[in-house]
Design a protein around this ligand. Structure first.
Ligand code: MN
Length: 343
């Protein structure tokens, strides 16, 4: 077995009748795909399953059939919970509520994740399998399933492929290891039709005209800081109300930011009326500062993709200034490190 906890995981699943699958507050293709793959496999094992996420599935993820089974409430009668693609309490805000925390903590709780760096870990887990060398939580699930002979079907394999394609941005970023390609090849052999997956996702990713025009506004408002290395834009509550339900502003604009010459880091901040601020951070290849920048604000993520949220009522001006200051520092440090390495 690749992981020492694998047999215990098998045991916990064998003993459970109703398994709650939990996604963190920032669902992405890996989060949803892992949850649905696990749901499929556990269903094939004749387990009852429930899917939980505290937030609505973003529209851009709804290309994965079954997204609408993810509910915002926690059933009372589950006997095992499995958290996928997250190992930090920071991204499980509802678990701060003592009654919800009590329900989850009173039964076995498993974490299946691939975020090597973990801040603010979940205090009540029974087992944690967190392998930072995996491209996606779905890839980890696939490995575990292979070793435990879980009954994957084509749908489950497709979900796993979607988790890998999501987190590796179509096998293009550093998360895609040789092993990832081998696993993708296995998935194709098992019947996954990659062109079909791409087509389905592209169709769902299409934007309404109003979003196309909104994108122009975001581009217009984007600020470039630190000699054009940092692209920054903020989205106020009114625009969150008007546009977020149709298309998430961050993915709408962030790729274009990163495709602008000289830009190394792209930051999209959402500002809510109640003082809450959330940030989505993406970095270009070679500028591995996204995770560290998010951690500075109590968030987390990967080298090239991360996020944080603040609920301490800090004014946007201060957050922005600190964000740009610290991003600049991280970028400068990285350049200095690279130079010293080559000496
Ligand atoms: Mn992931």
């Amino acid at each position: 077995m690749t992981y020492p906890e694998t047999e215990q995981l098998q045991q916990l699943i064998a003993e459970a009748n109703h398994i709650l699958i939990i996604q963190a507050d920032n669902p992405d293709a890996d989060s949803l795909g892992s949850a649905l793959a696990l749901e499929t496999v556990l269903g094939n094992l004749d387990k009852k399953t429930s899917l939980y996420c505290s937030v609505d599935m973003p529209t851009y993820l709804r290309y994965m059939p079954g997204w609408d089974r993810v509910a915002k409430d926690i059933p009372s009668n589950f006997d095992l919970s499995i958290i996928v693609d997250a190992s930090t309490m920071t991204l499980l805000e509802k678990f701060q509520d003592p009654s919800i925390k009590g329900i989850i903590a009173s039964r076995p709780c498993v974490v299946l994740d691939h975020h090597a760096i973990t801040d603010n870990p979940i205090p009540f887990t029974t087992i944690i399998i967190n392998d930072g060398s995996r491209a996606s939580a779905g890839e980890l699930l696939y490995i575990l399933g292979k070793e435990l002979a879980w009954p994957f079907d084509t749908a489950a394999y497709e979900y796993v492929a979607n988790t890998i394609l999501g987190d590796t941005q179509g096998l293009t970023n550093e998360l895609a290891k040789p092993e990832t390609y081998r696993i993708m090849a296995e998935l194709l052999e098992k019947g996954v039709d990659r062109p079909k997956l791409e087509e389905v996702r592209r169709e769902f990713g299409k934007m309404p005209e109003v979003i196309f025009r909104y994108k122009a506004k975001l581009i217009e408002r984007t600020e470039l800081h630190s000699d054009g290395r940092i692209a920054y834009v903020s989205v106020p509550q009114q625009e969150i109300n008007d546009y977020s339900p149709l298309y998430n502003p961050a993915p709408l604009i962030q790729n274009d930011m990163l495709q602008t010459s000289g830009v190394q880091v792209a930051i999209v901040v959402k500002v809510y009326e109640n003082g809450r601020i959330t940030a989505a951070i993406r970095a270009n290849s070679g500028y591995m500062v996204a995770g560290a920048l998010a951690e500075h604000f109590g968030g987390g993520g990967h080298k090239y993709a991360s996020g944080f949220k603040l609920t301490n009522g800090k004014p946007l001006g201060e957050v922005k200034q600190e964000c740009i200051r610290y991003a600049t520092e991280l970028l400068n440090n990285q350049v200095a490190e690279l130079q010293s390495e080559t000496v």
